[in-house]
Ligand binder design. Structure first.
Ligand SMILES: Cc1cc2nc3c(=O)[nH]c(=O)nc-3n(C[C@H](O)[C@H](O)[C@H](O)COP(=O)(O)OP(=O)(O)OC[C@H]3O[C@@H](n4cnc5c(N)ncnc54)[C@H](O)[C@@H]3O)c2cc1C
Length: 534
């Protein structure tokens, strides 16, 4: 038995039991290492958790909800999580975007159905959709493979180049590089594909007019088309619980409610991890930090131990915007003014691409958006186990600035995000749904508002309500993530690896940052004669 204050030793300590931390921990334990995971919160999961706080009969995903990246991730796929209790399920339609005139842009998992629906709204768009899908079939796996590999992704880049001529050659590269606002209008005549693409770009904080937003739009929309937006049966937390069960079944140890308060570095190597309970755990080989960069560099690791380029880079580190999330327990399905042909799990809410752009610009300029772009989820539609038959477990979130200078909606929201700010802004969000679904408010049995502070209190990685471990804009991506010159899990301190969404390839539940960190740790331990010696 280990007593608080006493030394204990593991091959590796993983700080944080989010999806990245748990993927890293599993890979290291598979390699035969002794691994301890230390998690600050009372339960594992990070931003992949669910709870019954809103209403005892309803399961709500506390943070993230839909997992195309997890479904496509080779790392999660290789872990056979179904053997550890995970089951996926899908809504009848992947994604829907209602407009005030009663139309819906819909993405169905059957591409022929999506094409037919698009064609009904604008003849010719169905065929253009199928062409885009065919091109993605050729190039998409290489794009995804490249994004999920450590930088530079040599193998995927070469395979992608070889496949490019079959995907339309340079004209497809132009599509990938175009801003999201343009991708849709270049290829389609109607409004629906533009809405679907732009809405998916809106999952990241890249303005729709910027390079990089088109890639995000294509990636998520076509992943929706090819793998869907699946959800774990029973709640998001089932995904991370399956990862934790697998890890423990292979001999790993997890300690929850144990915040790490420091990482000891001596002679340029990470040596030990200190936790709030007074324990000091020494590491023979590696510390993997599923911790966001601003908390790791200059926080858990004192600034004096950091390489100069990390110290300098962190001065310019940019968070992604803040977030307000609202969860509802509804007595019935959402009363959409016009019902969609197929009920979607994910719903995007904006009257037009232009309105979406305006909301993003307002956030970038420090304004609380007047008409926020909402990402919403009808979870019982996606998974019948989430609430009693005939009801709906629903959420919506949107972004607000980290530093608020004004309220573009003129509602006096100050941006301090106390109870008053949060409730007023939640009313604004709810009013947007009400306009499209009259009577929505009267179906609300219970509501919870998670502002930036509540999000951060439930997961310290969500600094100021940011959800992506740092902006996804090009200036902080690839070799620039999280600071110029890093781009990989190595931190410049031997034995310390960054395995959170602050590392390439950033946010989303794919486990790549964790896997890259674990692989880097294993590779260095193989070749570094100092690893294992203190
Ligand atoms: C509201 C919201 C909605 C989202 N929606 C989606 C979605 O639908 N689909 C999708 O793919 N992605 C979504 N994301 C993003 C996705 O959830 C994250 O990118 C992903 O969870 C990042 O995984 P991670 O392991 O890097 O970090 P996290 O999941 O944040 O986990 C980090 C863990 O580390 C712990 N920790 C931090 N510091 C310490 C410390 N000092 N000591 C001990 N433990 C510590 C935290 O408590 C936490 O448990 C969403 C995120 C949010 C917040």
């Amino acid at each position: 038995m280990t007593v608080p204050g006493a030394d204990e030793t593991y091959d590796a300590v993983v700080v944080g039991a989010g999806p990245n931390g748990l993927v890293a921990a599993n890979h290291l334990v598979d390699a035969g290492w002794s691994v301890l995971v230390l998690e600050a919160q009372p339960e594992v999961g990070g931003a992949v958790r669910s709870d019954r706080e809103v209403h005892a009969d309803f399961v709500h995903d506390t943070f993230s909800a839909f997992y195309p990246l997890a479904a496509a991730s080779p790392f999660l796929g290789a872990m056979d999580l179904e053997d550890h209790g995970l089951a996926w399920t899908h809504a009848p339609a992947v994604l829907g975007h209602p407009t005030p005139d009663g139309a819906w842009a819909l993405l169905h998992r059957d591409r022929e159905v999506t094409a037919r629906l698009l064609d009904e709204q604008h003849p010719g768009d169905g065929e253009a959709w199928l062409v885009l899908c065919d091109q993605w079939d050729v190039i998409g796996p290489h794009v995804l493979g490249g994004l999920l590999s450590p930088f530079p992704p040599v193998r995927s880049a070469l395979a992608g180049l070889a496949a490019l001529p079959r995907a339309g050659g340079l004209s497809f590269v132009r599509t990938l590089l175009a801003p999201a606002a343009e991708v849709g209008s270049r290829r389609f005549g109607g409004r629906a594909p533009r809405l679907l693409l732009a809405g998916n770009a809106g999952h990241a904080d890249i303005p729709l007019e910027d390079t990089g937003s088109g890639l995000m739009a294509l990636l998520l929309t076509l992943m929706g088309q090819t793998v869907g937006f699946p959800v774990p049966v029973g709640g998001a937390g089932e995904l991370t619980r399956a990862l934790a069960r697998r890890f423990v079944s292979r001999g790993g140890e997890i300690r929850c409610a144990t915040p790490v308060v420091g990482i000891d570095v001596a002679r340029g190597r990470a040596r030990a991890v200190r936790s709030a309970d007074g324990r000091r755990t020494t590491v023979r080989r590696a510390v993997v930090a599923d911790v966001v960069a601003p908390h790791l560099f200059g926080g858990l690791v004192a600034a004096e131990h950091l390489p100069l380029r990390v110290r300098r880079g962190m001065r310019r580190f940019e968070l992604d915007p803040s977030t307000v999330k609202v969860d509802w327990a509804l007595s019935g399905p959402v009363p959409w003014a016009s019902a969609p042909a197929h009920a979607p799990g994910t719903v995007h809410i904006a009257d037009s691409v232009e309105q979406m752009s305006r909301a993003f610009r307002e956030v970038a300029d420090g304004a609380v958006p007047a008409e926020p772009f909402l990402l919403a989820g009808q979870m019982t539609t996606a998974d019948a186990t989430r609430s009693p038959a005939g009801t709906e477990s629903m959420w919506a979130y949107t972004h607000v600035p980290q530093q608020v200078t004004r309220d573009a909606g003129g509602g006096g929201i100050r941006g301090v995000w106390d109870h008053d700010d949060c409730e007023r802004f939640a009313d604004r969000m709810q009013a947007r749904i009400e306009r499209l679904a009259p009577g929505f408010g009267s179906t609300v049995l219970a509501r919870r508002v998670l502002g930036p502070r509540e999000l951060e209190a439930r997961n310290a990685n969500l600094v100021g309500g940011s959800i992506n471990g740092g902006t996804a804009r090009l200036r902080q991506e690839l070799v620039l993530r999280p600071v110029p010159g890093l781009g990989r899990a190595e931190t410049g301190i031997a034995g310390l690896y960054l395995g959170s969404s602050s590392a390439h390839p950033g946010g989303g539940v794919h486990g790549a940052a964790g896997m890259n960190a674990a692989r880097a740790a294993l590779a260095h331990a193989r070749f570094d004669p100092r690893a294992g010696h203190r």
